[in-house]
Design a protein around this ligand. Sequence first.
Ligand SMILES: Cc1cc2nc3c(=O)[nH]c(=O)nc-3n(C[C@H](O)[C@H](O)[C@H](O)COP(=O)(O)OP(=O)(O)OC[C@H]3O[C@@H](n4cnc5c(N)ncnc54)[C@H](O)[C@@H]3O)c2cc1C
Length: 463
Amino acid sequence: MSDLNDAMMRNQSFWQYKYGDYSANAPLAAGTHETDVLVIGAGFTGLTCAREIRKDDKTKRVMVIDANDIGFGASGRNGGFNMTLFGVEPEVTLLRWGRERTQEAQAYMQKAVEYVKDLIESEGLDSDYEHTGMLRVAYTDRQVRRLKKTYKLLTDITRPGSFEYYDADEVRKRLSCPHIKGAIFEPGTGILDPSKHVRSLKKLAEREGVEIYENTKVIGISRQDGSSIVKTDVALIRAKKLVIATNAWTHGLKSSPGIASVQAPIWTYQIVTEPLTAEQWAGVNWSERMSIEDNRQFVHYMRITKCGRITMGGGSIGIEYNDKKMDLWKNEDTWRALESHLKWMFPALKDIKVHYKWGGCVSANADMTPEIGFIGDRNIIYSTGCIGHGVSLTQLNGRLIADLVLEKDTPLTKFWIVNRSAIPVPPGAMLRFAGAKLIEGILKAVDFYEEGNLKKQPEDATN
Ligand SMILES: Cc1cc2nc3c(=O)[nH]c(=O)nc-3n(C[C@H](O)[C@H](O)[C@H](O)COP(=O)(O)OP(=O)(O)OC[C@H]3O[C@@H](n4cnc5c(N)ncnc54)[C@H](O)[C@@H]3O)c2cc1C
């Protein structure tokens, strides 16, 4: 088996494969350990939180442990969109939480994008960051109508200049995709290489004195005399403060008090092409390099990589019946559908080959809204519900959780997702699976209503 196939079969993302060899830190040694703060999960949330705690208080011992290499979770395998979308859709946030909270959430997300950009620039991080802006595109009149409502809402609640509306002619000046009928452009967003970024975050955290142990799986959490007792196969850690940054795996932690109902995992899939030729680049006319999402319920996300390829993800999701298994990362049908959508969007890429395919899981809670919560008392903090929009969110959440750990009252800790008591996901695999499938069915029906037989129409009918 080639290196590439071997990496795909080992469930590495393209970014992890492309980054080359990586030497993980040693696992935590057997025995009993005492720490001020233990962070479980070394993705964007955990690594940021640990770094920020040590930056503020060098007297605290801060340990991070991860069941895998750092960045094995969503943080090392995402699309790399440093974006402002909160939850699923601003309209959903508006409906569930009202205008004031939607506005606060949007401001938090704009701050989050700037937090990531500023960190990369000020620390000179090797994260392949480009502040390109993002296009949200609509293919049909029905999608355009909804897009215009979103545009109105977003411009009403954000600072001037945050969004622009492009009609089909404006889009075509920037992209040779014959199917786009309208778009929102958001200049204040960017793209990065997630695996490079998470590995840069590890270095930054270690520079601040954070101890990181990889391939160290937590098998149980309990409470004793006000401390958390965290067990691995060979070690026991007594921690004054515990941060659970396990994202889509959180439901699987054996914990008392319990945490099984705070979220459920959803899988999303990505492909990346071989490098484009000069002729293909001319054919797609994507010189402004902005990232792109479409305005579907089952959104496609696509962007250019620094190494001259296009990566696309989404379109369909994976829902596991037995979500303790966490092994839905492979989905040939979705990968094929992504390739076909890419070729449909860009006729100039009709002969392009897919180079690499992978999948990963995101954390969804019952009301599709991010949450930072406490278990038992304020000494155990968890963060879940990024719903696939967590590159910027989880890093600012890491800063926010550092404030909570250090018991600081700051503008960040007043953000309403803190201690908001999310609706629990249904108990039991069957109910959870049925609930998720029902929501999936409704969202598919909306896409069908808005798109009809879009892809069966002759090309000129969509112009
Ligand atoms: C394919 C894909 C594409 C995405 N694209 C985007 C995008 O373009 N833009 C965007 O904003 N968001 C995107 N997201 C979402 C974003 O990547 C996540 O929201 C974010 O990375 C979550 O970071 P995290 O640190 O909270 O969790 P994760 O990075 O998932 O980290 C959780 C960690 O916990 C560890 N862990 C789990 N169980 C245990 C245990 N028992 N013991 C110890 N450790 C454990 C895991 O190994 C993992 O490393 C995407 C996600 C995926 C999967």
